[in-house]
Design a protein around this ligand. Sequence first.
Ligand code: ADA
Length: 568
Amino acid sequence: MPRIFTERTKRQITCLDGMWFFKTDAENKGTENGWFNGFTNGEQISVPSVWNTEFGLTEYKGAVWYSKNFYFCGGNLRLNFEAVMTYAEVWLDGKLLGDHYGGYTQFDFYVNNASEGEHNITLRVDNSFNEDSIPQKKVDWYHYGGIIRSVFAEKVDGALVTNTRFDYDLSEDLKSAKCKFTAEVLNTESFEVYSPLTLYFEDKKIFETEITLKCGEAKTITTPEFDVSDIRLWDIGKPELYTISAETETDNLFDRVGFRKIEVKDEKILLNNKPIEILGVNRHEEYPDFGFAFPKALMKKDIDIILNLGSNAIRGSHYPNSKYFVDLLDSHGILFWSEIPMWGVGFSAETLGRPLVIERGLNMHKEMLKQYFNHPSIIIWGMHNEIPTESENAYNISKLFYSFLKENGGNRIVTYATYKPMEDICFEFCDIICLNQYYGWYYGDNDSWPEFLKEFKAHRNSLGFEHKPVIISEFGCAALYGERTFTNIRWTEEYQTEMLTKAINAFHNEPMVGGFYIWQYADMRTCWEAGMTRARGFNNKGIVNEHRKPKDAYFAVQKTLKTFKEEK
Ligand code: ADA
């Protein structure tokens, strides 16, 4: 799926979305049978999609193959995959190009001097799990598999601009900034290339140099520091954006940036030097009829529904969302928390010590940072969710991820969500303490919140972290859409309404709490392992159902958030 703005104008880009030939490989015989040479008959599937919405494949886990012929005009080719669930191996005309692990981030391959004419691209995609998988088999969402975002074939020549990164440091009064602009360039030709490289901020040329790249060489070029004055700040509901671009003789890359300052000071979260209260929702990028191949129109609709609620923040639980969605957040002034799918109880303390798990986790952070760095809406990098943070292995992994994200992640809060507030030993590795708690659902009742907050505050202070604000990163309860009774019992809309409004008021009245993310925005399909205890096989804690129909709680939360605004 392209971005919401034009990213490149010098490349010839062909979108390979549409019908692909497809077959399952339950016996794992495809490689042996030479399927990587391509197949262009039999069943077809639409790309992007998840195979689980096809007849007979709802519960299929394992290997599948995709194959498609396409016309290429000749020259150097880039094959660009926005996201494939979960492990992908890619062949062009029977030749292995490489592989990629991790279902929610982009990856690519370059082929030098591809001939003009028809080519075949074939993928083996595997969504099965083992002890080194991220996430592990036990998650509370559905085990979808497939090419979930778009695929592109691009003709590339000469010195390529492969990525940009815009760093800035705002002045005290936030009126000007010292900036640095970095461009990554690459030569995929079989000969040395030479090109001017020009970097622009809006229409202004800010840096010009000449680059020479040997065959296969990549370079990272950073401008000297430059000033931008009279800054229009990016803020909640005030999405001021600027365009940056990098250009060589044969290529260019545009992106959008915004200036904003996020900071944690004396128990408060400050955005652009002003305290904010995060009024957020957790959102899975999932719709049961399309799985993770989430339609663009529904992204826009979700944003409209969430803004209409009075919310100012979304947590992308529990994986990097489509860039198209994050673009929409940038241009609507909504705060975003982006995290990797290192989810929960699936991870034992032992698993967290496995070298491949650590390596994959770090690599997922690296990819997320590189691909999402310029988005002003991302104010939080999330390292993991509900892992056993009472263990030494969780301590070590948190330390590693935290130092990587603090060093390379720009002006952002780094945190993780814990469900073990009293046993957690990793609080030194977060800028704000984020708690997932389910009073009124799994334990306690709807009146337990003030007492819990009091106890946790004493605990936090006893650990010496009184300066760290707390966010309730998850709280909620299930309500079946339309389920009402005369008695206020669990699973009903009135119980959910009471639960959420009591909790939200308790958070709002406790100065230590810097905000909350309701679990969750919309009902979503969950996997068999978790679904056994979940009505309909869905996680029903949405304040809208899976078709985005509002439950009573939606309007009650809307009303509560309105009163918070009126207080100001
Ligand atoms: C956890 C988890 C969520 C969801 C939630 C629930 O906190 O992080 O993904 O599973 O529990 O509904 O129980």
